[in-house]
Structures are given as C-alpha cells and as structure tokens.
Design a protein around this ligand. Structure first.
Ligand SMILES: [Fe+2]
Length: 383
C-alpha cells in the first residue's frame, strides 16, 4: 500500500468550480502513483458470460449497440465510433461479469507490464486478434491489458441536434423542425466501468500503480474523512490529451464486482428518445434522466434482462492530466445536480436477505469493511 505523498507539482489547482468538493488536505491520498508501470489509454472492452446469446443480442440492439461479429459461442458488440469492439459476451451457464480489458498505448508497454508482473504476453486468437497480459486485481477480478486488437471502422453517426437558444436573431435553426426519431440510442463508445470492492484502498493503489490511472474525484464517508476515501473516479493519464473524467470508478462495499458500465450517445435527445424506446419494450429504468456531479454526464440507467446495469450518457467532463482530485462527502443526493432522486434499485439498498448476508460475511472477512464504515455507507446512501 502506498503511503500518502504530496500532490505532484504538475497537478493544477483547478478543482475549484469543476468539482463539488474541495481539494486534498495535507497528507491525504495524492490520487496518482509516482511511477506507474504503464499508462493505459482507455478501456477496450468488458467481458460477460450469458446463457442466452439471442436474448443478449436483442437487448444489445435495443440499447443501441451493433453486432461486430458472432460465432457459435461468442457475441462481439461495438459502438459506432472507430475502435475495438466494446463488449464480449460468451455463452456460459450463468449470467456473469468476467472483467475489463484496458488498452495499452503501445506494444512496448504491454511487454513492460508483462515483465514487471511476471505474466506472459500472449496472442489473442479470437475475433480482433492482438496480444494481451492477463492480471488479477486485489479484489479478485480478472483484468486484461491488450494491444494490437483490430479496430472497427466508424459507422454513420447519429448527429447531435442543432438547438435554438438566445434571441430569434441568433437562432441556429430557422424554417426547420426538430424530430429526433424514437429509435435505439446509438452507442458511440464504451465510457466507463464501476466496480464495488471490499478492499478499496488496495485495489485503487493497484490500478494507479499498474495501469497509471489517476484520480479525478474522491468521495469519503461523512465524519470519516480521516480514514481515507471510500470511492474514487479515475481517468487515464494521456498527458495533455483530454480523457474521460472516469474510465474506472470504484467504491468500497460489501459486494465485490460489477456495478454498472456506461456508453456514450450523441446528445440528450438521443438519450431520452432511446430511453422511451427501451421503456416501450418493457425494460426497467433503474434511474434517470439526470445530470451527475462527478463527471457531469447527463445519465440514464437501465437494467438488462439479467439485471446488469448499463448507462447511456452524454456530455461528460474531459480532463487532461493536470487536474488534481476533488474531495467530497458521499451521499445519494450528491450523485446528481438534477434529476429524480436516486432510486433504491440504483443504490442497491433494497433490503433483502442476500444483501444482509453479504454485509455479515464482509464484516467477518479480513478486508476494509468494518461496522463504522458499513454504517457510514448506509447513512450516505440514505441521504
Ligand atoms: Fe456511470
């Protein structure tokens, strides 16, 4: 575990006005590793298993993905922008999240990661090809880092609407109507993944050290800031090139694994009309439409037929590597600037014997969950 070190001099003091909270206090987590092994440039894809690939593909198309390829046992889904396919769904007995794959900047980085971790770089022999290093994060989630995977070519893009604002003299649209189609919200690309873990601090430091991710925002439990953060929104360090406010977000919790993943769409109308399309087909909206605070995205959260949560988002923040982390207290009402109140379904606070059992087992295990933190989490999610 890294000891807290001072904020690097290069990090600009620009959290004011960008984040909801203030900056770090003396001695708090700096939000980046001094010398990470490599700096990944993005998420490549997420892997799942599902028993019914037909059902998975139907939902995927309704949600706005396109099929990149399908074999007897595997479904490869893509967004409309150029890049690697963004979801891999393998036929399996249960509906399960396997893990994320991140993109290395170049082949040398992949080799360096392999050498530093004692893992072999091996060729990927399935759709898209490329090479990979397979790691395990401290929560036990398989993390793949890839390079040289074939890119999908760009598809015709749904354009953002031209909006009229200000005085009629300034209007951008005259003698023309607004008719966004009620069709699936075309997914442009994979944006971020959110994970829950019982070993938050260990896992966070692992991602910062191994993949060079840097923290955009920390959340802490009210009254327990001195014990360190319990959630981090981390982005890729692309130097002066802007990156999504978060590519991986992670929080402490009694559960370990997938919380949700998010996919960019063109604008609010695509998101809202695509939401109507999903609602009309009987899918369950978990929470939305609203605008987040950390990351600023306009969001809409949905459940797939196996209750996995997926988010449509648009207009997210982009940071280069000069911004230092913001700090704020965690609360359900602090998740959005506007929108309906966060639902129990989204927060995972629907009381159930399963949730209770997970909490009890988390308390018994050697991890970062204890009574005070569990109560702090419950309090945060209730206000
Ligand atoms: Fe999200």
């Amino acid at each position: 575990m890294n000891d807290p070190t001072p904020i690097p001099a290069r990090a600009a003091d620009a959290h004011q006005g960008l984040h909801s909270g203030q900056g770090a206090l003396r001695g708090e987590h700096p939000g980046r590793a001094d010398q990470p092994i490599i700096k990944v440039v993005d998420l490549a894809w997420l892997e799942f298993t599902k028993p019914d690939l037909d059902r998975a593909e139907t939902f995927a198309h309704d949600f706005g993905f396109a099929t990149a390829a399908r074999t007897e046992d595997t479904l490869y889904l893509r967004g409309a922008l150029a890049g690697p396919h963004c979801l891999v769904i393998r036929r399996g007995t249960a509906s399960r999240f396997i893990g994320p794959a991140f993109l290395a900047a170049d082949a040398t980085d992949l080799d360096r990661l392999g050498r530093a971790t004692g893992h072999q770089v091996r060729p990927l022999t399935e759709y898209g090809g490329g090479r990979a290093v397979d790691l395990l994060d401290p929560s036990g989630i398989p993390v793949r880092v890839v390079h040289g995977v074939a890119e999908e070519p760009i598809r015709p893009l749904r354009q953002a609407l031209v909006l009229n604002t200000g005085t009629p003299a300034d209007a951008a649209r005259v003698n023309a109507t607004q008719r966004p189609p009620r069709t699936p919200a075309q997914v442009q690309r994979l944006g971020h993944l959110v994970l829950s873990t019982r070993v938050f601090r260990r896992a966070l430091d692992w991602y910062l050290q191994h993949l060079g991710l840097i923290v955009s925002d920390f959340l802490y439990l009210d009254g327990q800031r001195g014990r360190g953060p319990t959630m981090a929104f981390t982005r890729c360090d692309r130097g002066s090139e802007p990156a999504d406010h978060h590519t991986l977000a992670m929080h402490l919790g009694p559960d370990t694994g997938y919380v949700h993943s998010a996919y960019q769409v063109a604008d609010l109308d695509v998101l809202a009309a695509g939401g109507e399309y999903l609602r009309e087909r009987g899918y369950h909206r978990s929470w939305g439409i609203g605008r987040h605070i950390q990351g600023s995205q306009i969001f809409d959260y949905w459940r797939d037929p196996d209750r996995f949560m997926l988010e449509h988002y648009t207009d997210g923040d982009l940071f280069d590597n000069t911004l230092e982390p913001g700090w704020a207290a965690m609360s359900a009402s602090g998740l959005a600037q506007w929108g309906p109140p966060a639902t129990r379904d989204f927060l995972g606070t629907t009381p159930s014997p399963q949730t209770l059992l997970k909490a009890i087992s988390a308390l018994r295990e050697d991890n970062e969950i204890d009574r005070a933190r569990l109560l702090g989490l419950m309090k945060a999610l209730s206000k």
